[in-house]
Design a protein around this ligand. Structure first.
Ligand code: C5P
Length: 241
């Protein structure tokens, strides 16, 4: 109606893309928590799809059946103690199971299937709720949220990424070997960057942040500097949260 102030301001979205081991997940979780915003860990959806397919004895190359698994994914993200997210697949806690390198590689295999990506589209868009969303992945800024107010692309040297992954897996009590990790990371980068649909690449309007020599706190600080640069001031997000 004329003269009426519209209350339907769309929630804001900030995307954080980049290859594995750049700290995307950690940074996205911290920034989302500080802002009081929602978070989308899109990689988890690909990891869960691969795990669910394998649990149902479906060949990861069977495009139609894997896409059906993605479409019907029975997943719950539950906030547990210490604000940690517990991920349940068909009622089972798979929080740690989906974090192995094998799970990451399987995710990257099924992520090349266009029908799988299409099946996960609405589920990803559904995360966009007020007051805002931090979306982490490979194609958040290029494909899923092209209108994001800020698109960040994190990079880091291959050595640094392998070493971070090693520490992360060890910290979770999981098995890890630095040489095979490096090999798997570069294979996954190669597959993610060269696939036909939604390849890993920075959006044209992305802010690129090399995290090789930065601590987590320094990266978070840089993200907040960027938020201000893009017009989101501290008072805005406190008000929104
Ligand atoms: O980010 P994460 O390591 O959990 O992602 C696992 C895999 O899922 C990636 O290597 C990539 O192949 C796929 N992925 C994707 N698009 C996204 C997020 C993840 O293709 N938005």
């Amino acid at each position: 109606m004329q003269g009426e102030v519209s209350e339907s301001v769309a929630p804001s979205v900030v995307t954080i893309d980049g290859p594995s081991g750049t700290g995307k997940g950690t940074i996205a979780a911290i920034v989302a928590q500080k802002l009081g915003w929602h978070m989308l860990d899109s990689g988890a959806l690909y990891r869960l799809t691969a795990l669910a397919a394998l649990n149902h004895a479906i060949d990861l190359k069977d495009k139609i059946r894997v896409a059906a698994v993605a479409e019907n994914l029975d997943v719950e993200f539950v906030t547990g103690v210490d604000s940690q997210t517990i991920i349940k697949l068909e009622g089972q806690d798979v929080t740690n199971d989906i974090r192995t390198e094998t799970a990451g590689n399987n995710a990257s295999i099924i992520a090349t299937i266009p029908e799988v990506r299409a099946a996960l589209l609405n589920r990803q868009h559904a995360f966009l709720q007020k007051p805002g969303l931090i979306a982490d992945g490979r194609d958040m800024g290029t494909v899923i949220f092209p209108d994001a107010i800020l698109k960040i692309y994190l990079t880091a040297s291959a050595e640094e990424r392998a070493s971070r992954r090693y520490k992360q897996l060890k910290g979770k009590g999981l098995n890890a070997n630095i040489d095979s990790l490096s090999r798997e990371i570069s294979e996954r980068d190669e597959r993610d960057s060269n696939r036909a649909v939604a390849p890993l690449k920075p959006a044209e309007d992305a802010e690129i942040l090399d995290t090789s020599d930065l601590t987590i706190e320094e990266v978070v600080e840089s993200v907040f500097v960027l938020l201000q640069k893009y017009g989101l001031s501290e008072s805005d997000w406190n008000e929104l949260a």
